[in-house]
Design a protein around this ligand. Sequence first.
Ligand SMILES: Cc1ncc(COP(=O)(O)O)c(C=O)c1O
Length: 393
Amino acid sequence: MISEEHTKYLIGNYAPPTIEIVRGLGTKLWDSDGKEYLDFASGIAVTNIGHGHPAWIDRVTEQSTVLAHASNLYSIPEQVRLAKRLVERIGPGKVLFCNSGAEANEAMIKLSRLVAHQSEEPERLEILVAENAFHGRTMGALSATASSKYRKGFEPLLPGFRFATFNQAESFRETVTELSRAIMLESIQGEGGIHTASDEFLRDIENLCAEKKLLLLLDEVQAGIGRTGEFLGFQASGIRPSAVAMAKGLGGGFPLGALWVSEEFAETFQPGSHGTTFGGSPLACSAANAVLDVLETENLIEKTREQGSYFQSKLEKLKTRFPSQVSEIRGRGLMLAIAMQNDPSPAIKAMREEGLLVVAAAGRALRLLPPLTVSRKELDEALVIIERVLSKS
Ligand SMILES: Cc1ncc(COP(=O)(O)O)c(C=O)c1O
């Protein structure tokens, strides 16, 4: 039951909630009435190693007794260790830490601006972004997000963004001007409804960036940290970006964002040019190091590929059985969506009542984002609920 104090004391910027969540373990969540749910939302692609993973709890508990916060006035061993692990996974370069996806993108946009100002063509400031993208709610990240649904009421936004069509390299080629400096993309659009960038599109964009001397900026905030069956979503295509923004799954539930910058641009930020008090605290980085430990010890990235293709093939069968309701199954790994023929809200509500939590997205999509630790049995249980809801509606 939702306390009356919820609406009394909390600003109403989110849709009014229908359940109050109080506990989690693995793929399960419980509400304050004791009802159990299969969590196929994962806090919107955050709890990739599930709730209450013992290795995460041990590490975070231990670190909280030793040192929670010290600031970036000092070197933090957990931060250095995490940065090294990210560089080893992404490529030669360096890392800066922050607290959220929007902040990681904000840093990426600022990197692009700074590269322009430090160059001999400081007027080349523009960033090309995809029309259906979502990059966050801060003013910079919002300026990179085309949808009027998010922008309305906050204008004037930052100048210097141009919009092109996702998955159409030709559209980006036509939109580039002599003032362009960068292209910024999600490898899989999450809020936009789970649209996967084709490998061909990403390689064409990489070539366009090389040809026009543009930075290639990737927003891996939702698709990152193992979710697609790669550490980062773009890695399936083999392209080499200039910078990558990460957050969500990185801290496993502890707020943490990161920006990886390739060697070429790794010295762009200099002392005093950018920063944040909390970014990369010992506690946040210990949580992220625990997430990486679990990904490695439980072989979760490979497992996500297997589980994802199993789940996707079963969902495809449901699409064949319910063509008047399901238009398409989209995504990769365990970042999947059932695109519905009509408004998905009634199905999402019915699934919740049956004990399965999923997330809506644009394009009439019903997103399925289970933890990467999900078992085959839990996938099957979710499939039973999905089938039951589709057969009733
Ligand atoms: C691709 C992408 N970028 C950025 C963001 C913003 O992240 P945050 O909500 O942590 O600011 C999101 C959040 O959904 C996202 O999906």
